[in-house]
Design a protein around this ligand. Structure first.
Ligand SMILES: [Zn+2]
Ligand SMILES: [Zn+2]
Length: 335
């Protein structure tokens, strides 16, 4: 038995409190991590509030873990004690379905979520299947790497899915935690990058992150000025937008991709799609192999989120800071 010292919410929307639990004997395919850092993702807030109706309490949130392997199951071949690894939204999958066999473990229908029906990384230790413990590339900055494991892969995967080319003109909607990482990726990808923002105060910072141009998303004239020009738009917001005005900024064959969990159904005008062969899509996180590829890309190009660090004991202050929209741009807890 292993005792874990964690922070848990005991009811929907409740404050996190110190919480201890026991892990049973380690399974042959499992590994235990000592947590060094854990990012805070908007999904942690949604799960604490049970917005998606799938939270079990007590809940230990945290699914952007950077840690160190402290024990490995007898069947684990690729990891050893002392390895530095990252753990994101997914903590394991069946390893035998078509999706898993194709390398899309994140699309496995029985994939296990790190904070769904089990306890996550706002703790001194966390357990997962070996396939979800992503070996960190050498030279990575572990203080800032946490948010790459959920937020980062969420915006990196669409670049691959959409086949974005370095010659493309692209747009990013919402320059917050996810959006600012998307700007950095697309800039290093070689693209011309338009940032859609409704906050003019952020303009200089947004340009410094790699945007070529900032468009005021509240100004119809600004949107019209780039009509028909973008090959790809990544929407990182989770609110209903004037979809048609964004679709009009897409070039023919352009793709509009959502990674924000908009709860309301999207009213998409078919005609705008039809005449330009445009598509609208969406995706969650990404595969373990792609997470590793992304981390290597980040080390090569020095791409990291801008982070604010809080000690884990101040987790409630950190959550409040995020909820008030004050995070610039991602929060990391130090264990
Ligand atoms: Zn599977
Ligand atoms: Zn997340």
């Amino acid at each position: 038995m292993t005792t874990v010292n964690a922070y848990a919410a005991s009811e929907a929307g409740g404050k996190l409190k110190p919480f201890q639990y026991e892990l049973p004997d380690l399974g042959s395919e499992q590994v235990d991590l000592k947590v060094h850092y854990c990012g805070i993702c908007h999904s942690d807030l949604s799960m604490i509030k049970n917005e998606w109706g799938m939270t079990t309490f007590p809940l230990v949130p945290g699914h952007e873990v950077v840690g160190e392997i402290i024990s490995v199951g007898t069947g684990v071949k690729n990891l050893k004690v002392g390895d530095l690894v990252g753990l994101g939204w997914s903590s394991g999958s069946c390893m035998h379905c078509k999706q898993c066999m194709e390398g899309s473990h994140h699309l496995c229908q029985t994939a296990e979520g790190t904070i769904v029906g089990r306890h996550g990384g706002f703790a001194d230790k966390v357990r997962c299947h070996w396939s979800s413990a992503i070996l960190l590339p050498e030279g990575i900055d572990i203080k800032k790497a946490g948010p790459l494991l959920c937020g980062g892969i969420t915006v990196f995967n669409p670049i691959i899915l959409a086949g974005v080319k370095p010659t493309d003109k692209v747009g990013v909607i919402g320059i917050g935690g996810l959006g600012h990482m998307a700007l950095k990726f697309l800039n290093k990808w070689g693209c011309e990058v338009v940032a859609f923002s409704s906050n003019p105060d952020k303009k200089d910072q947004i340009l410094a992150m790699g945007a070529t141009k900032v468009i005021n998303s509240r100004d119809p004239k600004d949107l019209e000025s780039i009509a028909g020009s973008l090959n790809f738009i990544l929407n990182t917001t989770n609110v209903t937008l004037d979809w048609n005005s964004y679709l009009m900024t897409l070039a023919p064959k352009g793709r509009f991709h959502n990674v924000g969990a908009v709860l309301e159904p999207m009213a998409i005008p078919t005609f705008t799609l039809l005449v330009g062969e445009k598509t609208v899509g969406s995706s969650p996180i990404g595969s373990p192999a792609l997470i590793r590829t992304m981390l290597e890309f980040c080390v090569r190009h020095d791409i990291y989120p801008m982070v604010e660090e809080f000690p884990m004991a101040k987790v409630n202050d950190a959550l409040e800071h995020l909820e008030k929209g004050k995070a610039r741009y991602r929060i990391v807890l130090k264990a």
